[in-house]
Design a protein around this ligand. Structure first.
Ligand code: NAD
Ligand code: TYD
Length: 353
């Protein structure tokens, strides 16, 4: 069956992997990648598929209500996979309002556009909202996990804005019968992640012999999933998820930050031909993040049992592939850290809405 899918935030880290998977796997689907190209959006991520006949890029801001209405009219989207967001906790601590505008107002603007355009016939339509496990707050006992039924308890401005957007998506299902589905995923890692997040930032700093700023004592725990596996899970939820339902996505892969950082250091030593222990000397303990969540851990049993999801690789393999990618794509990293990627693409797409 053919489909016309609007994917928002497709020039970002996870979005670009979702766009690639859908464009390559479903040649009979038309994929529309809508992205504002903020600092986190980079069309270099999609060079390999940018000329595919079933792919269209639209530079636009999801908070622009008039434009969103006209794009639904013009392109006739029958489903949305919504990933566009401000996504970095540290930025949300310094600029909380930007997170409210994009993550809350932007999501409600898109919901309104979908509701208006689909109003006469909701059959076969889907609004898929991609969210995070951070909405559940912070775990303090080792034997606790986030379930789909866990109460929301967001602790950072980022997670509060994502929690709010999740509530609006569910409210539109309850109030207006908008066909929706949600997923909440654990921390992602892999190629194309902006080097403000832990793994790409530290890999970049290790290469350049710069200090590795570990927040607090490095004892916080995160649950890591390879980004391609998140994209595969999104494919499953999009095609097989039950309308109105929520799926937690993860790979049962918890790491204490400091242990993960040591694995990155020793793997980089090997790959760069450094003496073992050399990169670890770059570790520098710094002031903790304000309100730093202690532990996240997803129970992914539901998506595994109901939709048959299985991560495709083990963490050791995923981190090795990730490190190889960053070492082989130094240009990507240089363009991103220098800001060159934005200059190149913003002129090209400014008038192509
Ligand atoms: P990212 O920051 O790499 O990408 C976000 C993309 O959204 C960028 O391309 C950016 O240009 C675009 N964007 C931002 N504001 C926009 C606006 N107003 N209009 C249109 N586009 C806009 O983020 P990511 O890490 O790829 O995360 C994608 C989604 O997945 C987010 O919703 C995030 O909350 C969720 N998520 C992320 C993780 C993770 O570990 N990174 C885990 C679970 C869920
Ligand atoms: P991050 O990649 O920002 O993801 P999130 O905060 O959404 O989990 O951070 C992952 C963990 O690494 C988190 O516990 C904070 C920590 N961290 C550092 O110790 N130093 C850093 O420079 C960064 C960016 C993160």
């Amino acid at each position: 069956m053919s489909k016309r899918i609007l994917i928002t935030g497709g020039a970002g880290f996870i979005g670009s992997h979702v766009v690639r998977l859908f464009v390559n796997k479903y040649p009979n689907y038309q994929i529309f990648n809508l992205d504002k190209l903020t600092y986190a959006g980079n069309l270099e991520n999609l060079r390999d598929i940018e000329n595919m006949p079933n792919y269209t890029f639209i530079k636009a801001d999801i908070t622009d209500a008039v434009l969103m209405d006209s794009l639904f009219e013009k392109h006739g989207f029958d489903s949305v996979i919504h990933l566009a967001a401000e996504s970095h906790v540290d930025r949300s601590i310094t600029h909380p309002l930007e997170f409210v505008v994009t993550n809350v107002v932007g999501t409600v603007t898109l919901l309104n556009a979908a509701k208006k355009y689909w109003n006469s016939n909701m059959e076969g339509k889907l609004f898929y909202h991609v969210s995070t496990d951070e909405v559940y707050g912070s775990l303090h006992n080792d034997n606790e996990f986030f379930l789909e039924t866990t109460s929301y308890d967001p602790q950072s401005p980022y997670s509060a804005s994502k929690a709010s957007s999740d509530h609006f998506v569910r409210a539109y299902h309850n109030t207006y019968k908008l066909p929706i589905v949600l997923s909440n995923c654990s921390n992602n890692y892999g190629p194309n992640q902006f080097p403000e997040k832990l793994i790409p930032l530290f890999l970049n700093n290790i290469q350049q012999n710069k200090a590795l700023p570990v927040y607090g004592k490095g004892e916080n725990v995160r649950d890591w999933l390879y980004v391609v596996d998140h994209a595969r899970a999104i494919d499953l939820v999009y095609h097989k998820g039950k309308i109105g339902d929520t799926y937690n996505i993860g790979g049962f892969n918890e790491w204490k930050n400091i242990d993960l950082i040591k694995v990155m250091c020793s793997t980089m030593d090997k790959k760069l031909g450094r003496k073992i222990g050399e990169s670890e000397k770059l570790i520098s303990y710094v002031k903790d993040r304000a309100g730093h969540d202690l532990r996240y851990a997803i129970d992914a049993s539901k998506i595994m049992k109901e939709l048959g999801f299985e991560p495709s690789l083990q963490f050791e393999e995923g981190i090795s592939l990730t490190i190889d990618w960053y070492l082989q794509n130094k240009n990507w990293l240089e363009n991103v850290t220098s800001g060159n990627y934005q200059k190149y693409y913003s002129d090209q797409y400014e008038s192509r809405v």
